[in-house]
Structure formats: C-alpha cells, structure tokens
Design a protein. Structure first.
Length: 337
C-alpha cells in the first residue's frame, strides 16, 4: 500500500489502530452492516498489448475518439477497483483504459529472464510504453495507492503525457533517503507488512496465504467498507499472476533500500529524489485513511498548476471502490480545469 511518511505520520497510526481492532477476538461492538455489492460485475473481455518488457492486460470502455482516462490500481487491489468508476466516465464520453500493473492479472513479462523489478519508475515506464503502443499522446490519470505513485511519477517526469491528475493520497513519490528515517512506534506498527516482507518467512507466508493476507489488508485499510465475498474474490484472482509475489516483495524491499533497482532507471530516480513539483492540473483526494494528514497541507506546495483538495469522510483507503461517484466526479471536474 502507500508510503507517504516523508510528509506525515498520522495515517499510519490510524491504520495501526484499525489493524489492532480488526484482528481482535474480543470485539463486542455492534454487528457490521450487510455487505454492499458492486453495481457492476465486470468490464467484459479484456485486451492485451505488448508494451516495453510486458504484455499488458487492460480493460477498455467508451468511444475510441473520446478523451482518454487511464485508471491505475495499487496493492493489494486490481482493475476492479474502478469497475463502478469507468461507466460513469464512459457516460460522459471518455475513453477509459484500466491496465493491470506488472505482477497482476493478465499482465505478463515477455521474457523469463527479465528482472522482476518493482521500483517506482518501472511502473511509470510501463504505462508510458503502453500509451505509446496504443498511440495515446496524452491522458488524464486517476489513481490510488501504487497507482497514485505511478501517476505522480508520470506527471512529474513526463508532464507532456499527462493532461490532468486525480491522486488519492496526494504527492506519493517515494524518497528513499527519507524512508531510511525511523518513525514513531505507532506509525511503524501500521506498516508491519513491509517489515514482514523483508524476511524469507514473509516471502513464504505471502506466497502461501495471499488471499487471506490481502483480505486482511482490505479490512484494516477500509474498516467501514462492507464488501462481500464475491467482490473480494473477483479481485483476488489477479494475485495468481506468476510474478505477483516477486513484484510485491521487491517493491517494499526497494522502498526500504534493501533491494537494488536497475541502473537503467538511475537517472529517472535521481530526478525524483529532488522532489519535483507536479505542474499539471490536479485534484488530490484524502479519506479517513489519512488520519491527521487528511487536510493535504503537507503536500499542497508540490502542485503548481490549478489545484483542488477534497476530503471524503467515512471512506477508507480504496476510494474508487468505496466512493466511485466521488472519484469519477473528480476526474470529470479536473478535465475542466
């Protein structure tokens, strides 16, 4: 999931509290409301495109000549986080593309010996390669979690390819140097899985228990979201990708400077280490998951074009799936900036 510790520590404390509550066997609170199913079951048949080192699987909807919106998911989620967002955008005439990130769903590596690299610039490079393959010059990006980091990286490094941005969580570009600094204990507790993934026990545990593990993350990151079994299982199939574990483990180890990136991306990472401003029109979204950082002030000065910040109370981490109407509205609105 996210790592925005270079800005604040509030949201991790919220997640840590939720994790403790969610795992407690002595919880005697009121019964949870009935699960809320998605309004839409699927995207229909998926498409595939060879782009860079990948064969990328993606959903597409809307008119071929409409303005393009690319929606990017995170961990441990998949393209179905946007299954209710996409129809709302299509109804407004947008061409919507929702790709599986590397390590998810039907996105696969073209060669078996390609490094299963998950540093932040690889994901952004994947999407740029996909845009090139599909002959898309420029797109609006809407994203959360790993996807929001990817979209922020694209907006920072390739602003000419980004018409506008909706980022759930704000400015999420990873700063490796800042990530080396210790955090308050309650905050560190919220990121327990990152430390688990640094161990071989964690690799074995995640490999063996992906479905249970990721369902726990869904529950603790979005404690008020009452998703049903079918909703979770629809997304959980994306974790069966043969490279999923390798990508997840490398992503978190790289963030903690415990695994190297590839030299080919060093120049791009150096640019990101300077915390570049994002110069495209942007709406950032925050929710209960952000805790004390929900006001967005920690990253306000990183966005230098027309900008707006929105706070969704009562919503957890998976904003596009928990509040699809609000997420779609943000994309429609930022297109008019």
């Amino acid at each position: 999931m996210i790592n925005r510790r270079q800005f604040s520590t509030g949201s991790a404390a919220v997640l840590a509290t939720a994790a403790i509550a969610g795992c407690s066997s002595s919880d005697t609170g009121p019964a949870a409301p009935a699960p809320v199913p998605s309004k839409n079951n699927s995207f229909g048949p998926l498409k595939q495109v060879q782009a860079g080192v990948l064969n990328i699987g993606y959903a597409e909807a809307g008119p071929a000549d409409g303005p393009v919106v690319i929606l990017l998911h995170g961990w441990p989620y998949d393209i179905h986080a946007f299954v209710d967002v996409a129809p709302a955008l299509v109804a407004k005439g947008f061409r919507v593309i929702v790709p599986y990130l590397r390590g998810y769903g039907t996105t696969t590596f073209l060669k078996g010996d390609t490094v299963r690299n998950a540093q932040q610039t690889t994901f952004a490079s994947d999407i740029i390669a996909m845009m090139d393959a599909l002959k898309i010059d420029k797109a609006i990006f809407g994203a959360f979690d790993w996807g929001a980091r990817t979209a922020c990286v694209i907006a920072a490094l390739w602003p000419q390819r980004c018409k506008a941005l909706v980022s759930d969580g704000g400015y999420l570009i990873t700063n490796l140097k800042a990530n080396l600094q210790p955090l308050p204990p309650a905050t560190e507790l919220g990121w327990w899985y990152q430390y688990y993934f640094t161990t071989e026990r964690g690799v074995m545990g995640y490999t063996k228990n992906k479905r249970e593990f990721n369902r726990l993350i869904w529950q603790t990151a979005s404690p008020k979201w009452r998703f049903d079994d079918a909703t979770y299982e629809r997304s959980a199939t994306a974790f069966d990708n043969p490279d999923h574990v390798a990508i997840v483990i490398h992503n978190y180890r790289w963030r903690l400077s415990l695994a190297p990136g590839e030299p080919a991306y060093d120049a791009l990472e150096q640019k990101l280490a300077e915390a570049p401003a994002i110069t495209v029109p942007t709406i950032t979204i925050a929710s209960d998951f952000e805790g004390a950082a929900a006001d967005g002030m920690a990253y306000r000065n990183k966005f230098t074009a027309k900008y707006e910040h929105r706070v969704l109370n009562g919503i957890g981490h998976n904003v596009p799936q928990e509040a699809p109407e609000e997420f779609a509205k943000a994309i429609i609105d930022v297109d008019r900036f």
